[in-house]
Ligand binder design. Structure first.
Ligand code: ZN
Length: 225
């Protein structure tokens, strides 16, 4: 399925390319200004075709499976989000939403937050970088509606599914700066989805605050249960 991205965003990418030449997030090779990955890496990306039900959400889409060549790109992205990783990841989420019929009717893009500790150590929330890019592609605003009130371990570092659920249980709450989100339709995004527990708990906080519909999306999805 060929999906055209908005013209205005292509112009923006064209200008950005003069300052920061576009590179493939997987192999770092130079690529055209409007490309997400190089042809070689793109042909090796395993598209996510499964369907999972995440409690408190009304749909879920992911672009690809968390395997090579995207695995090192995501690890690098968490440490050093240079180049055009977040552009490529936003394009992936955009494509997955379109293909799954989940694109329309969304009022707000909300990134899964990181804790204050992570924010002060890292200086940024990598998922927020994707949300910032995605707003241009989708023409939907983004807002940091959620806060992470509990320090958690990296989900993919925990082998056991029930321990993963416990790790993120009630980790999120709605910020007092969120504004009125009652009745809204929200796109909740993450860079990587493992069991869905993170999206589930973030969606739970949104639904408890009166949000009508939550669509979960991630760039990549691990294959483990
Ligand atoms: Zn590449």
């Amino acid at each position: 399925m060929k999906i055209d991205r908005p013209k205005l965003h292509r112009i923006y990418r064209y200008i950005i390319d003069w300052l920061y030449p576009n590179i493939c997030p997987c192999c770092k090779k130079a690529i055209p200004y409007d490309a997400d990955f190089c042809e070689s890496c793109k042909s090796r990306i395993i598209r996510f075709s499964g369907s999972i039900q995440i409690p408190y959400t009304d749909g879920f889409a992911a672009y690809c499976v968390y395997e090579d060549p995207v695995r090192p790109a995501i690890l690098e992205f968490k440490k050093n989000p240079d180049g055009n990783s977040y552009y490529a990841f936003a394009c992936g989420i955009y494509t997955a939403l379109k293909e799954n019929g989940l694109f329309d009717g969304l009022d707000l893009i909300v990134p899964v937050p990181v804790s204050d500790k992570t924010m002060s150590e890292r200086g940024y929330n990598q998922t927020e970088l994707i949300a910032k890019e995605l707003r241009f592609l989708m023409n939907v605003p983004y807002k940091n509606v959620l806060i992470k009130s509990k320090e958690t371990k990296m989900q993919k570092s925990i082998k056991n599914a029930s321990e993963r659920r416990e790790n993120v249980a009630d980790a999120f709450s709605v910020s007092h700066k969120a504004g009125d989100i009652t009745g809204k339709s929200i796109l909740l995004i993450d860079d990587l989805c493992t069991t869905g527990s993170t999206l589930e708990n973030a969606a739970k906080a949104l639904k408890n605050a009166g949000v009508k519909r939550v669509i979960g999306a991630s760039f990549a999805k691990t294959m483990q249960k």
